[in-house]
Every structure is written in structure tokens, then in C-alpha cells.
Design a binder for this molecule. Structure first.
Ligand SMILES: NC(=O)C1=CN([C@@H]2O[C@H](COP(=O)(O)OP(=O)(O)OC[C@H]3O[C@@H](n4cnc5c(N)ncnc54)[C@H](O)[C@@H]3O)[C@@H](O)[C@H]2O)[C@@H](O)CC1
Length: 490
């Protein structure tokens, strides 16, 4: 963003002070919707850098908008002051907005306001908060006032691991400029923010897009371009034959959910390789789906006819399933590996390192750590996934509210869809079914992982608009509607 900032200033003949003005305007536009009462008591805490400069410009713009009780507190714990900060203080001092200089943290302890705007430190943070800065953050967090941060909460680093003992400001809302910070997508960010909104401040988009970055936030238009419509004169053979090796006596539901997701995501044919005890349930619940009984007579030739094979949902970790997984790995065709298949792999390092290229692994945090060891935080976990994806030509779908899809080319696609209403059993089985259906329909492993993850979350988001919780079966039935809508708006 700093490069984009500099590029925009140079190539669009916009001065840095005007860019700051644009950022402040974009902030105020969202702020007005969040805090519509013009009588609200608003305290703005400003630092001495450009984040503080934004805060000063915001104070002036809120005054223009007739917010009647705006008070600015200028934090002067450091010696330097940025040029644009100086310019904005001059502009502000022409108005009647009260400005108090803060030399000691204790003044913040008793601030009386309805809303506090945090513009102390932004993306310029270069070390953890210490001394008075840390004390101010502690006092702000104790105020029980709604806190809205400018660009990033004070003390929160935009990239890299989030400290286990975060000591910065906890914001109710962060209004962030142009692009979300990568750390917003790590679960540990809950220590620093409840939600964030990204506002366009007019940085050069072509330049941003041209910048090399391994981080890609999946967008709806990319998904619309990936998604292939059904073809004229097509038939079931056109859309592949998916196999799910799944289910066990007490976990047959996982196999059914996966198979149902596969069917509804458009695989031409779906077969489940399951124990005899699941046949009645499968035939009753999903008459469209075929069965391949999983017993001692199962020959590996039976696996030749499938265009995609997933293994793991509700499989069980018994010896015979471990042997079957080994045989599947030895077929040397890409696999989709989930749940118990991942558990088996975590005990069979030899198999893990023999996985066929382009296989897709869909672990949640615990499954991932069982495979590759404990990780201190999500940043480190994603680093490992990136490294393993590159080294072994694998795709990792690291499940989380914002799932990270790590590809063999080193890119990490952050999936923006999905929500807490979906946090319930069976969701992972559904995701496996969706991804497998896409592989069966000839999507590359990378595209199937990116697209499948997006569709899964998007279907859940559509359902969550009207529901407190969303079940896995509901997501399955929503998938065809979600796909249709995405194509319709293309
Ligand atoms: N393209 C962009 O990203 C734009 C950024 N703007 C604003 O500029 C901000 C970045 O401004 P700056 O680079 O001036 O940096 P900040 O305002 O975030 O920080 C100011 C200075 O504080 C010092 N500092 C860092 N960590 C500290 C710590 N732990 N304790 C005490 N002092 C510390 C550093 O020397 C830093 O330069 C953004 O967050 C955003 O609010 C906007 O004004 C316009 C456009």
C-alpha cells in the first residue's frame, strides 16, 4: 500500500495531503452511517504520523458535517510529526473544534464519549506498543465506548504473526483504506477488531494489481470467470464421475453429506465407496448416487473409471482403511483428502510424502497441526502450508472463517465468503463433496479448491441472511442456486 500511495501521488498528480483528504472523506462516509446522531460525543485520538493526520482531517470533516461534539486529543509521546499531520493541525486550528495536547497517558483513562476514533498509530507501526502508548491502549480498552479505528487499530501489525499477548487497541470497527490487511483474516485478529470495512481512497488500482504479491483475495468476478456454464447437448458423461471413499458405521452421515454436495455441485455421476451397513441409508437418502461396497472383495481396478476421487469424510482410522488409503495413494492420481484420511496421514509420514502431485488436502487447524506439528499462530501455519504446497506440488485448503488456499506456485488465495452461522458438523464433508465434483468436471485442482471454497461460503452467506444457524444439508441444497446466481450476473 505504501508503494501504491507513492505511485498514485507521482503518477496521478495528487499530493500526499490530498490523498489523506480522500482517505478521511472515505472514512467519514462510512462513519456517518455507523454514527448517525450528530449530537454524539466523539473523541478523536490522533498520533503524530499520517494516521494521526487522517484523524485530524476526519475531525474537520465531521465538523463540516455538523457533528456538534467533536473533541481532538493530540498524542505527543514521540518527537517527530509528519508533514501532512502538521498541515492538518493548522487547518483544524482554524475551526472551533477543541484540541487537547496529551503528554501523559492518564488523561485518556476518564474520557467521556459515545464514540472514540482511534487514529494514533496505523500501518506505520514498527514495534510492539510500549510505555505510554501501551497504557493509552489499555485505558481505551477499559472505556466501554464504541471504538472505530482508522485504517488499522493502534498496535496491530498488518502482516506477520499476531502477538499472543496483543496489547493494542481493540476496535469495534476498523475502517481500512483500499485493501484489507492480511492479518485481519487470521483468527487471532479477534483480539484487535470485531469487524472491518474497506473503503476506496482512489489509489491506482492498475498499479496495485501489477504489484507482485502471493496474497490474493478471491473476488466474485474472478469466480464468475472460473465458473463454467453447462453445455448444450451435454450429458452425464460430460461432467465426470466422482468417487467418495467415505462413511463408517457411526459416521455414515458424513458420506451422505459429501455425496449429496457432489451431486448438487454438478458431477455427472457420483459413487460412494462405503461399508455394507450404509447401503440402505444411501439408497434411501440419495437415489441418484451409486454405491461401491467397501469390503474384502474390493479390487483396485474398480477405481479406474473415476475422474475424481476423494477420501476421508467419516472414513474411520481402522487398519483396513489405512491399507485402502495406501492403495489409493499408489494409484498415483490426484486425490482430495479430508478428515480421517488426514488423521491417517498424520500417523503415516511415509504416505504423506508420497501423495500424488496436485492432490488437495482440506485440513482444519487441528488436522493441519497433527500433520506438520504445532504452530504458534495462523501466520506460521500458512507459512508451512505454502512451503509444503510448493515443495510437494499439493494444494492446501486451510479451513477457517476465511479459508486460505495455498497453491504449488506459492500463491495464497484468501476466501472471503463464509460466516459463523456455518460453524457446525458436516460442513467440511460438504466442502469435500463440492471440490470433488469440480475436479470431476475437469477443473484444475487449484481452480476446484478456490472455486469450491468460495461457493461453499457463499451459499452459507446467502442462507445466513435469514438464519441464525445454517446446517450442512441446507448448504448442499443452496449450492445449485448460488452457482446459477453467479452465472446469471456475469
Ligand atoms: N496509501 C495509504 O496507505 C495511505 C495511508 N494513510 C495513513 O497513513 C498511515 C501510515 O502513516 P505513517 O507511515 O505516518 O505511520 P503511522 O501514523 O502509523 O505511525 C507514525 C510513526 O510512529 C512511529 N511508530 C511506529 N511504531 C511505534 C510504536 N510501537 N510506538 C511508538 N511509535 C511508533 C513510526 O516512526 C511511524 O512512522 C496509514 O495507516 C493511514 O492511516 C492515508 O493518510 C492516506 C493513504
Amino acid at each position: 500500500m505504501r508503494n501504491a500511495d507513492a505511485y498514485t501521488i507521482k503518477h496521478q498528480s495528487i499530493s500526499s495531503i490530498n490523498l489523506m483528504e480522500k482517505a478521511a472523506k472515505a472514512f467519514v462516509k462510512v462513519f456517518k452511517k455507523e454514527v448517525s446522531n450528530k449530537e454524539s460525543k466523539i473523541s478523536i485520538l490522533c498520533g503524530q504520523g499520517n494516521n494521526g493526520g487522517d484523524g485530524l482531517a476526519i475531525a474537520r470533516l465531521l465538523d463540516d458535517e455538523n457533528y456538534k461534539n467533536v473533541v481532538v486529543y493530540l498524542i505527543t509521546f514521540s518527537t517527530g510529526q509528519s508533514e501532512d499531520n502538521k498541515k492538518n493541525i493548522k487547518r483544524l486550528l482554524k475551526l472551533k473544534v477543541p484540541v487537547t495536547i496529551i503528554k501523559e497517558a492518564k488523561i485518556v483513562k476518564n474520557l467521556q464519549s459515545d464514540v472514540l476514533i482511534d487514529a494514533i498509530l496505523g500501518s506505520g507501526l514498527n514495534k510492539p506498543l510500549q510505555g505510554d502508548y501501551a497504557t493509552v491502549a489499555t485505558f481505551v480498552n477499559g472505556l466501554k465506548t464504541k471504538v472505530i479505528s482508522v485504517d488499522v487499530p493502534t498496535g496491530f501489525n498488518s502482516e506477520g504473526g499476531i502477538a499472543e499477548k496483543y496489547n493494542g487497541i481493540k476496535a469495534d470497527l476498523t475502517i481500512c483504506f483500499q485493501r484489507p490487511k492480511i492479518n485481519f483474516f487470521c483468527p487471532e485478529s479477534v483480539k484487535a477488531l470485531d469487524k472491518f470495512k474497506v473503503v476506496d481512497i482512489g489509489l491506482d488500482e492498475n498499479f496495485i494489481e501489477s504489484q507482485k504479491s502471493e496474497w490474493k483475495l478471491t473476488t466474485e468476478s474472478e469466480i464468475q470467470q472460473l465458473l463454467k456454464p453447462r453445455k448444450n447437448f451435454s450429458h452425464k458423461g460430460t461432467y465426470g464421475h466422482a468417487l467418495l471413499v467415505a462413511g463408517n458405521n457411526t459416521t455414515m452421515g458424513a458420506a451422505l453429506l459429501s455425496a449429496s454436495a457432489c451431486l448438487h455441485t454438478g458431477a455427472g455421476l457420483t459413487t460412494v465407496c462405503l461399508p455394507q451397513s450404509g447401503l440402505t441409508a444411501l439408497n434411501t437418502a440419495l437415489p441418484e448416487v451409486m454405491a461401491l461396497p467397501r469390503n474384502q472383495y474390493l479390487a483396485m481396478e474398480a477405481f479406474d473409471r473415476f475422474s475424481a476421487i476423494a477420501v476421508g469424510p467419516g472414513l474411520g482410522v481402522e487398519e483396513e482403511n489405512e491399507e485402502l488409503l495406501e492403495k489409493l495413494v499408489n494409484l498415483r492420481k490426484p486425490l482430495v483428502l479430508d478428515a480421517d484420511a488426514l488423521t491417517i496421514l498424520s500417523q503415516r509420514g511415509d504416505l504423506l510424502y508420497e501423495l500424488p502431485a496436485q492432490s488437495i488436502l482440506t485440513p482444519h487447524m487441528k488436522e493441519f497441526d497433527r500433520l506438520f506439528g504445532e504452530h504458534k499462530n495462523w501466520w506460521k501455519r500458512v507459512e508451512t502450508a505454502k512451503r509444503e504446497a510448493i515443495a510437494r506440488d499439493l494444494i492446501f485448503v486451510l479451513k477457517n472463517q476465511y479459508t486460505f488456499v495455498c497453491l504449488p506456485n506459492g500463491n495464497v488465495h484468501i476466501n472471503p465468503t463464509g460466516n459463523p452461522a456455518m460453524a457446525s458438523g458436516g460442513m467440511g464433508d460438504v466442502l469435500t463433496g463440492i471440490i470433488t465434483a469440480l475436479v470431476a468436471q475437469s477443473y484444475s485442482s487449484a481452480d476446484a479448491a478456490i472455486l469450491g471454497t468460495y461457493l461453499h461460503g457463499k451459499a452459507g452467506d446467502e442462507l445466513a441472511k435469514e438464519r441464525f444457524t445454517v446446517s450442512a444439508s441446507q448448504v448442499v441444497l443452496q449450492i445449485p442456486k448460488t452457482m446459477k446466481k453467479l452465472l446469471a450476473t456475469d
